[in-house]
Design a protein. Structure first.
Length: 285
């Protein structure tokens, strides 16, 4: 989640792509179902990927829109960054009881950088994402469920928002069902990101990622969550980015969920604040 210190729209685009895209432990796990429809478990609005697999033969679509802002002070003056992400999409296809295919798009990105009286803006399409989630272990109460997620970016976005490379990432997701309809989930993993290198070519750098989320049932349809998450550079430049967020989900129908979330950065490399809304639907058979 590192916000680059370079003052160019291409560098700033890394925050727009990464900061609050959908990917996330569902806070709907404690919501009661009123039909035979399988429980709707989503990977948004928080940053912790769930261990749940979309039921075999079903398709689930998760969409969101986000905004992030930051102010950076340096010798050149105050730099203000405002980044929007529209229609970030994740399509999850259940292929077996323990396996799902994941197809995503980073969405339409709109970013503005202001340095003193000078303002520059850039907008365009982000890269696509392809991946899979594999259930390694079924949980039983406090005994954890475990899943492995692997993804790669697909460089189809506009030049200002594409890494121009297939950049892999992975994470291990663990979840526990605790007494009182509380769901605890956490992820550990790593991601890579390519960028143009000095003298030509590309440099691919890596960062470790972590998340910790707690979800709470608030009646038959409402769910709440609080979360800590961030990134720690491995070969990437800059310092660690640590953030806190929270949000709400509302189960409009057994196969339709609305959500909203917001958070703040608590380290120098993190954005000042971010917020987003979204909707998730599981298509009928």
């Amino acid at each position: 989640m590192k916000l680059p210190r370079q003052h160019t729209t291409r560098a700033v685009s890394r925050w727009g792509r990464v900061a609050v895209l959908a990917a996330c432990l569902s806070t709907a796990r404690g919501l009661a179902q009123t039909t035979d429809e399988p429980e709707l478990v989503t990977d948004r609005p928080d940053q912790t990927e769930s261990t749940a697999i979309v039921p075999a033969g079903r398709v689930q679509i998760e969409l969101g829109a986000n905004r992030a802002a930051d102010e950076i002070g340096d010798d050149a003056g105050e730099v203000e960054i405002d980044a929007w992400n529209f229609a970030g999409t994740l399509v999850r296809v259940g292929l077996a009881d323990r396996f799902e295919l994941r197809l995503g798009w980073e969405g339409w990105l709109d970013e503005e950088v202001t340095i003193g009286r000078h303002r520059a803006s850039e907008e365009g399409a982000g890269d696509a994402v392809v991946g899979a989630k594999v259930k390694l272990r079924e949980g039983d109460g406090t005994s954890p469920a475990i899943a492995l997620l692997v993804h790669s970016s697909v460089p189809v976005g506009d030049d200002a928002f594409s890494t121009d490379r297939f950049d892999p990432s992975f994470r291990l997701s663990v979840s526990h069902d605790l007494p009182g309809d509380i769901g605890l989930g956490y992820n550990v993993g790593a991601r890579t990101e390519s960028s143009p290198a000095d003298g030509g070519g590309h440099a691919t750098l890596s960062s470790a990622i972590y998340t910790l989320s707690a979800g709470f049932s608030a009646g038959d349809r409402w769910g709440l969550f609080v979360e800590a998450f961030g990134e720690v550079p491995l070969s990437a430049e800059g310092g660690p980015a640590h953030l806190l967020d929270g949000g709400v989900t509302y189960l409009l129908r057994p196969n339709l969920q609305l959500d909203a979330a917001a958070g703040v950065g608590i380290s120098e490399a993190a954005p000042d604040w971010f917020a987003g809304i979204g909707v998730s639907v599981r298509l009928p058979r």
